[in-house]
Design a protein around this ligand. Structure first.
Ligand SMILES: Nc1nc2c(ncn2[C@@H]2O[C@H](COP(=O)(O)OP(=O)(O)OP(=O)(O)O)[C@@H](O)[C@H]2O)c(=O)[nH]1
Length: 323
């Protein structure tokens, strides 16, 4: 650590990361190089929102994992006392707070034979703080500024990840497990909103629909602003009926919502399962086809890709073999 006495190398490493797993690894590497101790566990609430649990970051930690309640108690204690030290049967436990915007969002637990130097503890605090700031910047870069939903760039990455997992797991369509679905949702006749009430009201409608969408899906589902008044949802459901019910629930919710000045609006959607690896463009094209079917059938409805008469839309194979 001598050449890196002020932690400069770690700061550079952490602030260079543009992907979350690599950023996590950069922090884990930095903490493991603070050489005065041998074992550590990092717990952090990565969304920085009160009420969400702080989860273990270094899953391979040799320190026994604490319960959510124990972690909350520790966070409460380090919020009051900054660094805490306790002595247990020959080793020393040090608890270092993780700060984000002045709030404690996690805790680093270190077990060592001898007490950590103050310099080492302060270095840990700075590094954890820099990690939290970098994580927040990374999260912000994944969001659409108007709605704070995930943006289009993040959509492609997430679909590839889910489709790759589906290919590995080989989940069958009739399996008992919940699996992933892709839906594209579009506000009906949105151009009329802009034309009649102006773009500011149009933007407000987009924002309100985004909020309704977020509220209608689970925390572990992903909601994106895909384009202007078009949204994409990656969500888990047990089968097609379950997925359709979720989208219909949202559709009903929008239809009943009194949009200020505008009154009532509707949304149409198309959806399909992600059972195997498929290119993002091909998945989106299929969900889009189902969406346009909803539009053609009068809007304010949900269509599954499986409902479409694929035979009609595909070119007929009545070609003549020439060679
Ligand atoms: N206010 C606002 N309008 C947007 C934004 N992005 C796209 N739009 C507008 O959204 C409208 C989309 O219109 P169309 O694609 O013709 O579709 P539509 O009127 O919703 O009709 P259907 O989709 O067929 O039901 C266009 O007028 C765009 O200018 C945005 O960020 N804010």
């Amino acid at each position: 650590m001598a050449a890196n006495a002020c932690g400069h190398d770690w700061v550079v490493e952490i602030t260079q990361q543009e992907e979350e797993p690599e950023l996590d690894q950069a922090l884990i590497n930095a903490v493991s190089e603070l050489d005065e101790f041998s074992r550590f566990a990092i717990y952090i609430n990565k969304f920085f929102k009160p009420g969400l649990p702080a989860r273990l970051l270094n899953k391979d930690s040799v320190i026994e994992e604490l319960s959510e309640h124990e972690v909350n108690e520790l966070i409460e204690k380090v919020s009051r006392n900054k660094i805490r030290i306790s002595r247990n049967y020959g080793f020393i436990s040090t608890y270092v707070p993780i700060y984000y915007m002045g709030n404690v969002v996690g805790v680093l637990v270190i077990e060592s034979e001898k007490e950590l130097s103050e310099r080492c503890s302060m270095l840990a605090i700075y590094m954890l703080n820099i990690y939290a700031n970098q994580l927040s910047l990374l999260h912000k870069s994944q969001l659409d500024p108007l709605t704070e939903l995930l943006n289009r760039q993040t959509f492609d990455k997430k679909v590839i990840e889910i489709a790759a997992d589906a290919a590995i797991e080989h989940i069958e369509p009739d399996s008992k497990h919940r699996h992933w679905y892709l839906a594209i949702v579009d506000i009906d006749h949105f151009k009329r909103v802009n034309d009649n009430y102006g773009h500011v009201i149009g933007d407000e409608v987009i924002l309100l629909v985004a909020q309704l969408l977020k509220n209608n899906f689970r925390f572990e589902d992903y909601v994106f602003r895909y384009g202007g008044e078009e949204f994409a949802v990656l969500f888990q459901a047990s089968d097609e009926l379950d997925a359709r019910n979720a989208l219909n629930r949202f559709r009903g919710c929008v239809a009943e919502y009194p949009f200020p000045q505008v009154g009532n609006l509707t949304v149409s959607s198309g959806f399909m399962p992600i059972y195997e690896f498929e290119m993002v463009a091909s998945l989106v094209q299929k969900a889009d086809k189902a969406l346009y079917h909803s539009k053609n059938m009068g809007r304010n409805r949900v269509t599954a890709y499986s409902e479409l008469d694929i035979q009609q839309s595909q070119p007929q194979d009545d070609s003549i073999e020439l060679f």
